[in-house]
Design a protein around this ligand. Structure first.
Ligand SMILES: N[C@@H](CCC(=O)N[C@@H](CS)C(=O)NCC(=O)O)C(=O)O
Length: 218
């Protein structure tokens, strides 16, 4: 059977979210690069895959998907094994907790951390100087979020409970790049969050992806 295809480079945060799930379940896949400089993401071929002209896009036979979280859920459902059950859909309450913390990542954690990553990245520097106001405001937001995470992770090893899940993995791409910014030491003030992050980084699937992602150094 032909492997599934992921369109977009591994170094993109939203692409990495999909790839780390494919690695976790041990699925075969092919990464098809999309050349942003050549505006390939806005080409008619790519707009068929993703009508918003964004990456990632995904193909499994005649199925075309976009939106990284939806793609990742498809992957986790399709290749679910007893030893790799990252959505916990066999248990209503556990699945609900996975959903809660997946939403927290999308709507609370990401909006706080992503502007810092963006402002401190070398690609942003090539275009514009760092907007320190944005960084400072985002750091304040991130501290408030990390306080909640610290309380949660002092009671459980992972966000949804005492089991690793899709909710934890969702945090990997932006946190990985955040750790390459001058603000990485912020996590030292939250020991349970730091230990959780180290547990995520120790996963073979995460290590493999991390090696392919070029940190956006300040
Ligand atoms: N919500 C989308 C966001 C996708 C997204 O923002 N992709 C960026 C790269 S990480 C992109 O393609 N940007 C180019 C553009 O918007 O024109 C997802 O999770 O897949």
């Amino acid at each position: 059977m032909a492997p599934v295809k992921v369109f977009g480079p591994a170094m993109s945060t939203n692409v990495a979210r999909v790839l780390v799930c494919l690695e976790e379940v041990g699925a075969e896949y092919e990464v098809v690069d999309i050349d942003f400089k050549a505006m390939e993401h806005k080409s008619p071929e790519h707009l068929v895959r993703n009508p918003f002209g964004q990456i990632p896009a995904f193909q499994d036979g005649d199925l075309l998907l976009f939106e990284s979280r939806a793609i990742a859920r498809y992957v986790l459902r399709k290749y679910k094994k007893n030893e790799v059950d990252l959505l916990r859909e066999g248990d209503l309450k556990e699945a609900a907790m996975v959903d809660v913390w997946t939403e927290v990542d999308a709507h609370t954690y990401n909006p706080a951390i992503s502007p810092i990553v963006y402002e401190c990245s070398s690609t942003a520097h090539a275009r514009l100087p760092t907007n320190q106001t944005v960084v400072d405001e985002s750091l304040e937001k991130l501290k408030n979020v990390l306080e909640v995470y610290e309380a949660r992770l002092s009671k459980h090893d992972y966000l949804a409970g005492d089991f690793v899940s899709f909710a934890d993995l969702n945090h990997f791409p932006y946190t990985f790049y955040f750790m390459a910014t001058p603000h990485a030491a912020l996590f030292d003030s939250y020991p349970h969050v730091k230990a959780w992050w180290e547990r995520i980084m120790a996963r073979p699937a995460v290590k493999k992806l991390a090696a392919q992602m070029v940190p956006k150094k300040p």
